[in-house]
Design a protein around this ligand. Sequence first.
Ligand SMILES: NC(=O)c1ccc[n+]([C@@H]2O[C@H](COP(=O)([O-])OP(=O)(O)OC[C@H]3O[C@@H](n4cnc5c(N)ncnc54)[C@H](OP(=O)(O)O)[C@@H]3O)[C@@H](O)[C@H]2O)c1
Length: 239
Amino acid sequence: MPDRAALVTGASSGIGLTIARALAEDGYGVTVSARRAEKLEDAAKGLTDAGLDVNPVTANMSEEDEIKGLAAAHRDRYGRLDVLVNNAGIGIGSEIAELDTKRLDLQIDVNLRGVFLMTREAIPMLREAGREHGKALLLNMSSIAGKYGQPWIAAYSATKAAVVGLSQATQGEVKDDGVQVTAFCPGFVATPMTDWNEAVPKEEMIQPEDLAEAVRFLLRTSTHCLVPEVQFVRPGDRM
Ligand SMILES: NC(=O)c1ccc[n+]([C@@H]2O[C@H](COP(=O)([O-])OP(=O)(O)OC[C@H]3O[C@@H](n4cnc5c(N)ncnc54)[C@H](OP(=O)(O)O)[C@@H]3O)[C@@H](O)[C@H]2O)c1
C-alpha cells in the first residue's frame, strides 16, 4: 500500500492525466476518474504499464450518486486521501443569446456542482491526512476565464469564477486542519479541449506538464505556506 494517495477527476486525458501520472511517479497511489469507461481504461493501462499504482473508477461528475461512489471506491482502495484534484470540466462555446438551458446546466453541473459535491465527500479524508502531516492538498481547476470573463464562453467563465470563490471559501473552513486549497487558472493548455483553436499552435500553448510541475511545487512548500491560486498565462495573454 502506498504511503500517500491522490484522486484526480477528468484523468483520462489532458491536464488530469498528466497530473495523475506525475503524482503516481512520485509514489502516490492514484484513483483516476472520468466519465467514459473505455477511454479511462486505456489511459489507466498506459499508467499501469509504466509500473504505476492507479485505480480507475468511472464516474460522471454531474451525478451525485456517482460522486459518492467515487469517494467510497477511493477509500476502499487506498484508505486515505492526501491530494484531491477536482479537474473534470467542460466548456461549450456559444454567445449567451444562443446557449440553450441544457448546455448551461451541464456546465454548471460538471464545473461547479460536481466540484462542490466531490469536495464535500472528500473533506473528511483530506482533514485526516492534513492533521497527520500538515500538507494535504485540494486543487480545483479553474481557468484564466474565471479571472477575466470571456465572451462566447460566458457560462464556462462564470462557473470557473465560482470555482475560485469556492476554493477561497473552502480554504477558510479547513485552514486549521493542514489542508491547502489552491485554484489553478490557466490560459490555453495543449490538450484535446483546445483542438478547436487553430490560431495557436499546440507547441505555443501552456503544456500540461507545466501544471503538473506546479502541483509538485505546492506539495513541497512548507506547512504554513498557502497558495490560494496560480495563474498560468502565455506571453501576450491578458494579465
Ligand atoms: N485546455 C485548456 O486550455 C484549459 C484551460 C483552462 C482550464 N482548463 C480546465 O482544465 C480541466 C481539464 O481540461 P483538459 O484541457 O485537460 O480537457 P480534456 O483533455 O478534454 O479532459 C477533460 C477530462 O474531463 C473529463 N470529463 C468531462 N466531463 C466529465 C463528466 N461529466 N464527468 C467526469 N469526467 C468528465 C473527461 O473525460 P470523458 O472524456 O470521459 O468525459 C476528461 O478526462 C477542465 O476543467 C478545463 O475546464 C483547460
